[in-house]
Design a protein around this ligand. Structure first.
Ligand SMILES: C[S@@+](CC[C@H](N)C(=O)[O-])C[C@H]1O[C@@H](n2cnc3c(N)ncnc32)[C@H](O)[C@@H]1O
Length: 205
């Protein structure tokens, strides 16, 4: 976590003022500052996620979605580690996407969108990732249903976040219904020296 606007009760409500884009006060209202700070504090996590995606050895043109991309660090790292992928990255904040779009990166497309209403048809993506964003989603169940909906058969959805903010496997399974394997990994190697990050893994079955 790099921002100071932590949630009350893990999700939905932020301390401080809410803006129409879902932000509280703090570095997330300044994309450039957020990018600098998160580059220092979350660098190990970004490297780990980029390695995880590269390890899948997806074919050229395979599709990846980054949800809650912020300033766009994660999709750029993925594009560097696994060239040839077609990467979309969304954020509910127009400011974040405006900042991310200032640096064109081959293979990466940014758009403003809410995870609860993803603008793609069912079964579009081979991989969906999200880093440190889920605890900000206003409706986590709706967001995870959308993440699952856009996942192709055989695909992977990896939601990385502080582990105490990740929902329990049972509640996600109940919300998604049959047809999805849900695993909540509490401790991930090589994400941070304090190691607060866990991962929710969704897979079509
Ligand atoms: C702490 S930042 C993480 C940014 C980036 N993923 C990273 O790891 O540095 C959380 C991001 O999630 C975005 N976000 C919050 N709610 C969202 C939603 N419902 N849909 C899409 N993005 C959302 C915020 O605008 C913010 O940019």
């Amino acid at each position: 976590m790099t921002d100071t606007d932590h949630h009350q009760h893990g999700r939905g409500r932020l301390h401080g003022r809410l803006t129409p884009h879902g932000h509280g006060m703090g570095p997330m209202n300044d994309p450039g500052r957020y990018e600098r700070v998160s580059g220092h504090l979350s660098g190990r996590l970004y490297r780990r996620v980029a390695r995880d995606v590269a390890a899948l050895r997806l074919p050229a043109g395979a599709r990846v979605l980054d949800v809650g991309t912020g300033p766009g660090t994660m999709p750029r790292r993925i594009a560097e580690s696994a060239p040839g992928l077609r990467i979309d990255a969304i954020d509910v904040s127009r400011e974040m996407i405006g900042w991310a779009q200032q640096r064109a990166t081959p293979g990466v497309t940014f758009a403003v969108a809410d995870v609860a209403e993803l603008p793609w048809p069912d079964a579009t993506f081979d991989v969906v990732v999200s880093t440190l964003s889920q605890h900000h989603w206003a409706d986590v169940d709706a967001g995870l249903r959308e993440v699952r909906r856009v996942l192709r058969p055989g695909g992977h959805a990896w939601v990385y976040d502080v582990r105490w903010a990740l929902p329990q496997e049972e509640s996600v399974t109940a919300s998604l219904g049959t047809g999805t394997s849900v695993v909540r990994e509490r401790r991930l190697a090589r994400t941070s020296w304090l190691n607060p990050v866990g991962r929710l893994v969704l897979r079509p079955v």
